[in-house]
Design a protein around this ligand. Structure first.
Ligand code: LLP
Length: 400
């Protein structure tokens, strides 16, 4: 890849996504469930760029959304409404209304209060709301606590007993049609056995519901399949799919999964330029033009992203890679060995396709990076770099 040419053409910091890789990952997952009815609903939150969504919609993907904004993005990108799921612990009335009017596949509910709200709104609109309920199976996903969601101590979903109660209530409501069941126990999971354990718990609930004539058609196993950032084991999709299929033995359901990171994580890199090197006593810092506002994962989760230096490889010594933001937490990598850097040298921060741009901000009034896609060897701009004028555009007292 001609990173130097791309940096000259588009500037840095620059997010670069490999559309061919995204397609391969989608197909890998779709094929893992071949022979069974399945729907891969890409988790929009991982990277919500419309061009990426359209690319996935063209491949036949469905979409998992956590705000009406994400639902709108998915539909705008060409998603079929009956392949769109709306999840999340706190949906507003307006969001529920718009979702019902968009005739999406289902709303995924996370509390009894929410069920009551959806029921009331569906009645008002004279519609029937297709729903699933997110079950919190109390299974440890063995991942970073901030991205672990399947324990009772987490805010997500409802326990098995409450879920059964909610399904009965839903069944007896004229405006609710319970069609699915859902769980999602966490993200960046590399021990697939925890997802399989959750699938078994939830499959048992589905059998009980079917016995009560509650016809669950969609079995949604959430996302969470981990990727390799550093020295993690590659997750075997075969084991993942076989484990889920085994849990579903005898149940006639469509398997839904909601991968985010697995599809886009390794497809993206963040290209950044070195501004300066500096030493504070003996500690060496390489200051680059990307910062925590561009990629917050290292600061927020102590996440590791591989770094590739694209300059001359001489005089290697340890350093931290830091950005220009006024916080000590503004680092992209710590304690890594890099050659002596010159201003303008390029650095590649790897595996930045998921939760990179989508979690970026304008902190310190920094315009967000440009995003480009590479497909079949050709590059194209999919989001232009922000300008100062974009950042102040909503500050109404200063608009004329
Ligand atoms: N489905 C639901 C209901 C979710 O909450 C999530 C992620 C996914 C699917 C997709 O999970 P994935 O396949 O990407 O693991 N910002 C964090 C990750 C937060 C994940 C939140 N939920 C990070 O940068 O690691």
């Amino acid at each position: 890849m001609d990173y130097k040419g791309l940096a000259q053409k588009y500037g840095t910091p620059l997010y670069i996504y490999d559309f061919n890789h995204i397609k391969e990952r989608y197909n890998e997952l779709k094929n893992a469930f071949s022979g069974r009815k399945s729907l891969v609903c890409y988790a929009v939150k991982a990277n919500s760029n419309l061009s990426i969504l359209r690319h996935l919609a063209n491949l036949g993907a469905g979409f998992d959304c956590v705000s009406i904004g994400e639902v709108k993005r998915a539909l705008m990108a060409g998603a079929k409404p009956y392949q769109v799921i709306f999840s999340g612990v706190g949906k507003s009335d307006d969001e529920i209304k718009t979702a019902l009017n968009s005739n999406i596949l289902m709303l995924n509910l996370e509390s009894e209060a929410e069920l009551d709200r959806v029921c009331a709104i569906a009645k008002e609109l004279n519609k029937t709301a297709r729903i699933s309920i997110r079950i919190n199976p109390d299974v440890d996903a063995k991942t970073h606590p901030y991205i672990s969601t399947g324990l009772n101590e987490n805010k997500f979903g409802v326990d098995v007993m409450s879920a059964k109660k909610m399904y009965l209530k839903a069944k007896n409501s004229a405006h609710i049609e319970p069609v699915g069941v859902h769980f999602h126990i966490g993200s960046q999971i590399t021990e697939i056995s925890s997802i399989i354990e959750a699938a078994n718990i939830v499959a048992k609930v589905v059998s009980e519901l079917k016995a009560l004539e509650i016809d669950i058609k969609f079995f949604d196993v959430g996302g969470g399949v981990g990727i390799v950032y550093d020295d993690e084991q590659n997750v075997s999709l075969y084991d993942y799919a076989q484990g889920i299929l085994a849990a579903l033995k005898g149940l006639d359901v469509t398997i839904v999964c909601e991968p985010g990171r697995f599809i886009v994580g390794n497809a993206g890199v963040l290209l950044s330029s070195v501004l300066y090197e500096k030493f504070n006593k003996n500690r060496r810092f390489v200051v680059v033009d990307a910062a925590m506002n561009d990629l917050i994962r290292p600061s927020l989760y102590d996440a590791h992203h591989g770094v590739e230096f694209l300059g001359k490889n001489e005089q290697i010594s340890p350093c931290d890679i830091v950005g220009p933001i006024c916080e000590s937490g503004d680092f992209l990598a710590k304690n890594l060995n890099l050659p002596k850097c010159q201003s303008g040298d390029l650095i590649l921060i790897k595996s930045a396709g998921a939760y990179g741009f989508s979690m970026s901000s304008n902190y310190n009034t920094r315009p967000r990076a440009a995003e480009i896609g590479i497909e079949d060897g050709k590059d194209r701009l999919i989001r232009r770099r922000e300008k100062f004028e974009d950042l102040i555009a909503l500050e109404t007292e200063f608009l004329n």
